[in-house]
Design a protein around this ligand. Structure first.
Ligand code: PHE
Length: 442
């Protein structure tokens, strides 16, 4: 449940719908599903196996396993890359999580007043620009979000993350399903949403969209950064790894598709362009909510979903850093949580301010926020993924992953081994080099 909560986050609800919209709908979804199956899932299983074998924080787990196999301790660099990645991801994740909190508060207020007093579209665009462009307000919400994350992680894995996930993950599914059902029965546009999500338009796929699909497959599963490895080290031996990661991947994918089916009927019903970028859920949807009957309730439900999704993922991004500090500095979990969250928060302030006072700083033609998101998702995650796959496939001896507490023997193990040795590294490398040439270095 914790891993599902980690996987199902802003990536599924904020990011997946708009990148699908921008990259050709069904064709993109198909590529994305292929990436999950052939690359994401094997790397996910690898992380859980390595976590179970290493039984320590990310860096020391790699260290120990490499030493045991008589290999160089330099392999622990994978752990450092992972720590860097979660650090960077959480810094911008906290900003978007803060927006979700702000919108939840605003929808409890009167953001989506319907009927005659309906908020006009212009005012909704302004509300978003006002929030992101106001340094004080955006940092305040980001601070609240990061404070909540620190509190959950500081409370402990069992009492904090696990208890929260048990409660909120099912709620997330229920609320999103209700929204999708609403879209199916009340809007007349469910068919359009279905064909948008599933009818493939291959002409809109290019090298960059392949990279986006791949990066997102890692991001949405939460693999490639050592978060799942950390959870693997906590996972009781009686729980089968393969079943666990297949279940999480299925639930995560279901959540993304469900989010698409919840969002697009509403978007189409109000005749707004679907590929509206990151503003899709913060501008397009609110405009739709304001114009429709029951939109105030629906808006409230949606932003509750978004805030919950963010808050069940962020602790998993902080956990690897906390576990590392806790073991290395021999401090209490609570102290480690405050230190880690404080450092991430500080970098997050830079991210938040890149929408206002520092919006003029645009290396590579991107804002600091966009560049961080791009680097983390499309560079660090795939590199982490390749290295984890290579490490699991080439460094760890065959017999160590074939046991019943690993992947298990037989055909499945051989298939997995094939994926982590060849398919995943080669696939990631090709897609990454192609995509980077067309994306960042354009
Ligand atoms: N999977 C989360 C999401 O979709 C983000 C995440 C990335 C969580 C990496 C943990 C590790 O929002």
């Amino acid at each position: 449940m914790v891993a599902t909560g980690a996987a199902a986050g802003l990536g599924n609800i904020w990011k997946f719908p708009y990148i699908a919209g921008e990259n050709g709908g069904g064709a993109f979804v198909l590529v994305y599903l292929g990436c999950i199956l052939l690359i994401g899932l094997p790397v996910f299983a690898a992380e859980l196996v390595l976590g179970r074998m290493g039984d320590h924080n990310v860096v020391d787990s790699f260290n120990r396993i490499a030493a045991e196999a008589g290999r160089s301790s330099r392999w622990s660099a994978i752990g450092w890359i992972g720590l860097l990645a979660v650090f960077l991801i959480l810094s911008f994740y906290g900003v978007v999580g803060g927006w979700a909190f702000a919108y939840l508060a605003a929808s409890v207020g009167d953001l989506f007043t319907v009927g005659e007093k309906a908020t006009p579209p212009g005012a909704i665009v302004q509300a978003f620009n006002g929030l992101t462009g106001d340094p004080v307000r955006s940092v305040a919400w980001q601070t609240l979000f990061m404070g909540g994350t620190a509190l959950i992680v500081g409370t402990g894995v069992r009492a904090g993350i696990e208890r929260l996930s048990r409660l909120l993950v099912p709620l997330l599914f229920v609320l999103l399903s209700l929204m999708a059902i609403y879209g199916a029965v009340a809007t007349n546009h469910f068919g359009a949403a279905l064909s948008f999500l599933f009818a493939p338009d291959f002409s809109r796929l290019n090298a960059n969209s392949l990279l986006i699909a791949l990066g997102h497959a890692f991001f949405t599963l939460g693999v490639g950064v050592g978060a799942m490895l950390t959870f693997g080290s906590y996972l009781p031996k009686r729980i089968g790894l393969v079943r666990a990661c297949v279940a999480v991947a299925c639930l995560d994918t279901a959540m993304a598709l469900l989010a698409g089916l919840a969002i697009f009927p509403i978007v189409f019903a109000s005749a707004i362009e679907p590929g509206a970028g990151p503003g899709l859920v913060f501008i397009t949807l609110p405009i739709a909510f304001s114009g429709m009957a029951g939109g105030d309730v629906l808006g409230l439900v949606f932003f509750a979903v978004l805030a919950i999704a963010a808050l069940t993922s962020s602790p998993s991004l902080l956990e690897p850093v906390v576990e590392f500090i806790r073991e290395k500095a021999a401090v209490r979990r609570r102290t480690a949580a405050v230190v880690a969250a404080g450092a991430v928060w500080a970098l997050g302030v830079v991210q938040a301010l890149s929408f206002s006072v520092w919006s003029g700083i645009t290396p590579f033609g991107k804002s600091i926020f966009d560049l961080s998101a791009y680097l983390a998702t499309n560079v660090l995650l795939p590199i982490g993924g390749i290295l984890i796959a290579l490490f699991a496939g080439w460094v760890v001896p065959w017999c160590r992953t074939a046991g019943s507490d690993g992947i298990g023997g037989g055909k499945l193990h051989r298939l997995w081994r094939l994926c982590v040795r060849y398919v995943a590294p080669a696939g990631v490398l090709i897609v990454m080099l192609n995509g980077l040439a067309g994306g960042l270095l354009r």
